[in-house]
Ligand binder design. Structure first.
Ligand code: C2E
Ligand code: MG
Ligand code: MG
Ligand code: MG
Length: 288
């Protein structure tokens, strides 16, 4: 009796594992075909300057429109793309799309000065030997302004392989491209480590921004991070700003930029163009 029960359990567990790996395998197969099937779309979330509340850039955020499952979050498919190595091709495509869009906006909206485009890169991409060539080629092919391109990396990228990464980052910087550290505060990087890397912008993770109004400790942490970043000649962007109250505190703490649902969700290229048009009209109107 006990033995057969044990067997039964074993089989259920086994079937479950089997279903899980099949689902993963299916997703992996789908992911391999997604580029040629044109299922990817880059969305753009505005980044605002706090001093004058004007849009000063966008972050490119990838979306996958799966034929049967609908939109799948990058939190789900990016790890799979990293494991399978597909991230190299996908990342290259995202960079090209984002630079093309940047060029379009720079041409259509010359009155918005220094409009930036931020693109997320994963650890694998930074260790790719031809990354530099890929970036250079994309800039030349799209004819976008290289100083307006910002590549985002997370703390874990810096911590694993610090020497190789530092070398890669210096080379990217020499191209004229800017670098941001993303989700700052969630990883394990020690603060004393930051100055070793040529970073332009520090993005405070939204978990600190969320709790700014309720937690004195988080407010103190954010204050410290902003001060540190400024000492290291970096500017600061707050992620996940959802309320006016959070925005006001960030302004008091001398944070330069903010991004979040308070201003806008990530938008399709078309909607982001409309957002730009609207905010420009709004600001020129307010001068009269
Ligand atoms: P991330 O780079 O930190 O991007 C910010 C994420 O926060 C986005 O999620 C955005 O939609 C979300 N967000 C923005 N404002 C708010 C807010 O006010 N409240 C809340 N709750 N969320 C907000 P998303 O688009 O789902 O992307 C998740 C992550 O996936 C990104 O985090 C990034 O790490 C990764 N990712 C997205 N696109 C790419 C890509 O093209 N390449 C790579 N390697 N990673 C990507
Ligand atoms: Mg990012
Ligand atoms: Mg982030
Ligand atoms: Mg984040």
């Amino acid at each position: 009796q006990a033995k057969s029960q044990g067997m039964g359990r074993y089989e259920i567990f086994n079937t479950h594992m089997h279903t899980k790996s099949l689902a993963r395998l299916q997703l992996e197969t789908d992911l391999r075909r997604s580029l040629e099937r044109e299922e990817f779309e880059v969305y753009y979330q505005p980044i605002m300057r706090l001093a004058d509340q004007q849009v000063c850039g966008f972050e490119a955020l990838l979306r996958w429109r799966h034929p049967t499952r609908g939109i799948i979050s990058p939190l789900e498919f990016i790890p799979l793309a990293e494991e399978t190595g597909l991230i190299t091709t996908i990342g290259c495509w995202v960079l090209y799309q984002a630079c093309t869009q940047l060029k379009t906006w720079q041409t259509e909206f010359p009155q918005v000065q220094h409009l930036t485009m931020s693109v997320n890169l994963s650890a694998k991409q930074f260790l790719q030997p031809n990354l530099l060539g890929q970036i250079e080629q994309t800039i030349l092919a799209t004819n976008c302004e290289r100083n307006s391109l910002k590549l985002e990396l997370t703390e874990s990228v810096l911590m694993n392989n610090a020497i190789a990464i530092s070398h890669a980052l210096n080379k990217i910087r020499q191209l004229g491209v800017k670098l941001s550290i993303d989700d700052f505060g969630t990883g394990y990087s020690s603060l004393s480590y930051l100055h070793r890397f040529p970073l332009d912008t520090l993005k405070i993770d939204r978990s600190f921004v969320n709790t700014l109004t309720s937690s004195k400790e988080h407010r103190a942490i954010v204050q410290t991070i902003v001060t540190l970043a400024h000492h290291l000649q970096m500017d600061v962007t707050a992620e996940g700003v959802e309320t006016q109250e959070q925005l006001e505190i960030l302004h008091q703490l001398h944070c330069e930029y903010a991004q979040g649902f308070l201003f806008s969700q990530p938008l399709t290229a078309q909607a982001a163009t409309q957002f730009l048009t609207d905010t420009i009209n709004l600001s020129s109107a307010s001068f009269f």
